[in-house]
Design a protein. Structure first.
Length: 113
């Protein structure tokens, strides 16, 4: 079973990644895939949306005879990320409040009653 990732969470993951350094599109996808299962084709609409909202900018760099498009977080993107991080921390705290109190019976864990 996989938990569905919302577009806001994907936005936050990409913006957070871009606070470390600029990345080209495929490298962003590879980094995100280290953490969550996401298809290559899913990331490009996310990047377009972030760019449309002025949360990131792009520039091209030559690489092996062609250009790679790199993405950079903007000041507005950093502000949006701060809002997302605040919402995430509250959301995670609320979920942890329930999950941390889970009491699974030993039989369900494969133990002896």
């Amino acid at each position: 079973m996989e938990i569905q990732i919302s577009s806001e969470l994907l936005d936050g993951l990409v913006l957070s990644l871009l606070t470390r350094e600029d990345y080209y599109g495929y490298a962003i996808t590879q980094e995100i895939q280290k953490t969550i299962n996401i298809s290559d084709s899913t990331m490009y609409p996310v990047l377009k949306r972030l760019q449309k909202n002025d949360w990131l900018t792009t520039y091209d760099q030559p690489f092996q005879g062609r250009n790679r498009r790199y993405y950079r977080i903007t000041e507005a993107g950093t502000q949006h990320l701060e809002q997302l991080l605040g919402a995430w921390k509250t959301y995670k705290k609320n979920l942890d409040g329930i999950f941390d109190q889970t009491q699974i019976p030993p039989v369900a864990l494969g133990g002896q009653g």
